[in-house]
Design a protein around this ligand. Structure first.
Ligand code: DUC
Ligand code: ZN
Ligand code: ZN
Length: 474
């Protein structure tokens, strides 16, 4: 007798879509094949639905003090919203200031995340390369935290890693089979552009994007890629937005170098025209939104394997936080000053729907590719495969059922976060998660959350060294 049988669905992996049943015992997948309904304590009919490994969100900033703001979702609320988007595991970053111990901060973050309804993990973060901070890298890797984030910008916010820190972290990470993760934007280009806007007295939303153009990102991307090549370690570049940066990745991949590239669905579906609106500050994020040209370049990168992962970079700031340092003109419009707007936008719940709809329903990519981009590749690169990221015997029974015929008009009212706006308001999607299963428990069903606060467990990660030596996830 099995605890659960999911019958008649199309089970999706990166390489196949097979109509079969999935049997679950306890927290794990027991087998794939054909099972009789009498063999299951509970049987779910998935006829016509796609059965995918649960989405993994490895890029979010929840309850993370940044630019004077914190975000509107607690970790539990974030896990509920995530679960409605098919997410069964999420990872956040340690909060770091100079002088902090990266390991202690990572453990503190893991402790905060205990209230999650889904499994979780943490990335280390580096803002300096003191001997004490460097010594923490090995401790973190031993503990199951082998990923180390750095920002190449945000100097004024005190979280930028300078070049020496990057190089040292890359080197130390290599010794422990660790993976550096980098936010690539040139602080020099951004800051000098901002100074020019200050001198000209134009700090409009539109100018925010102009201060951080494609080359601001591409220069930093190339620098980070060369550092990784020089050190001989892998690198993960988060939220890549354009073909110029992708061409650097392609050159590296041509040499077999493991430069792993992530993009986010907002860069595929939202554009910089949003900054022309009165409420354009709600769309301020870094890197900024680009144009349809860059989005087309990203789709090419997804198709040709230059981009292997997606992440939402979720920052759930409500209108009050996005606006809290702004003033108004006498006519009630905003006195636009992009320096006073916290960077970031929400998206954890809509990553899968947007990729299903804009990718699969529009014929750009296959559902197998979506499986890789939202789950399998993330589990592999971040070091929790095959416990996560695949529907196979022995794996955790983290599963999302998808109805490719389901049409939804995105809106703040259909999402489950704590904010009062949705940048995709009115955006129509076809293809939507309809049931989420976490470690064998149905946590979202019929539009209702059925999970439990605190049910999530910390997942210790270890990256397959082969993925760090050569650009290949085989
Ligand atoms: N970009 C954002 O938009 N917000 C948080 C951090 C980041 O890199
Ligand atoms: Zn970033
Ligand atoms: Zn981020």
């Amino acid at each position: 007798m099995y605890d659960l049988i999911i019958k008649n669905g199309f089970v999706v992996s990166p390489s196949s879509t097979v109509k079969c049943d999935v049997a679950v015992n306890g927290k794990q997948i027991a087998g794939l094949g054909t099972y009789d309904v009498s063999e299951g304590k509970r049987v779910i009919d998935a006829e016509g639905k796609y059965v995918l490994p649960g989405v993994i969100e490895a890029h979010m900033h929840c309850m993370a003090p940044f630019q004077g703001c914190l975000g509107a979702n607690s970790f539990y609320e974030q896990s509920v919203s995530a679960a409605f988007g098919g997410v069964t595991m999420y990872m956040d970053f340690a909060n770091m200031s100079k002088g902090d111990s990266p390991f202690k901060q990572a453990l503190a973050r893991a402790d905060e995340m205990k209230e999650a309804a889904i499994d979780y993990s943490v990335h280390g973060k580096f803002v300096e390369s003191t001997p004490e901070a460097m010594a923490d890298i090995e401790k973190m890797a031993d503990y199951g935290i082998p990923t180390f984030k750095m920002f190449m910008t945000y100097k004024k916010e005190g979280v930028m890693s300078d070049d020496e820190t990057m190089l040292k972290v890359f080197q130390k990470a290599k010794e422990v089979n660790g993976l550096p993760m980098v936010h690539c934007e040139s602080n020099a280009i951004a800051e000098t552009n901002i100074e020019k806007c200050e001198a000209a007295g134009d700090l409009s939303w539109v100018n925010f994007a102009k201060c951080k153009p494609v080359l601001c990102e591409a220069e930093a991307f190339a620098r980070a890629a060369y550092f990784a090549e020089y050190v001989g370690n892998a690198l993960l570049v988060v939220h890549t937005t354009n073909g110029e940066a992708l061409n650097t990745a392609r050159r590296a991949h041509g040499k077999g170098l493991p430069i792993y590239v992530e993009t986010g669905p907002h860069y595929l579906t939202l554009f910089d025209d949003l900054y022309e609106g009165e409420n354009g500050h709600l769309a301020i994020c870094s890197p900024p939104l680009r144009t349809p040209k860059e989005a087309a370049e990203l789709w090419e990168g997804l198709k040709d394997g230059t981009i292997l992962l997606t992440g939402s970079d979720d920052c759930t700031f409500d209108v009050d936080e996005k606006s809290m340092f702004l003033e108004k003109n006498p006519d009630g419009t905003w006195k636009q000053d992009f320096r006073k707007v916290v960077n970031g936008m929400s998206g954890i719940e809509i990553r899968l729907p947007l990729l299903l709809s804009e990718g699969v329903s529009k014929g750009r990519i296959s559902i197998n590719k979506v499986c890789e981009l939202t789950s399998t590749n993330i589990a592999k690169i971040y070091g929790c495969y095959p416990q996560k990221g695949i529907i196979a015997p022995g794996a955790d029974a983290d599963i999302v059922l998808v109805d490719m015929e389901k049409e939804v008009t995105l809106s703040k009212d259909v999402l489950h976060n704590n904010i009062s706006y949705c940048l995709h308001e009115g955006f129509k999607v076809k293809g939507y998660p309809v049931m989420t299963i976490s470690k064998g428990e149905v946590i979202v069903e019929d539009g209702e959350f059925k999970g439990r606060k605190g049910a999530g467990e910390f997942i210790k990660r270890r990256i397959n060294p082969a993925y760090l030596k050569k650009y290949s996830l085989n």
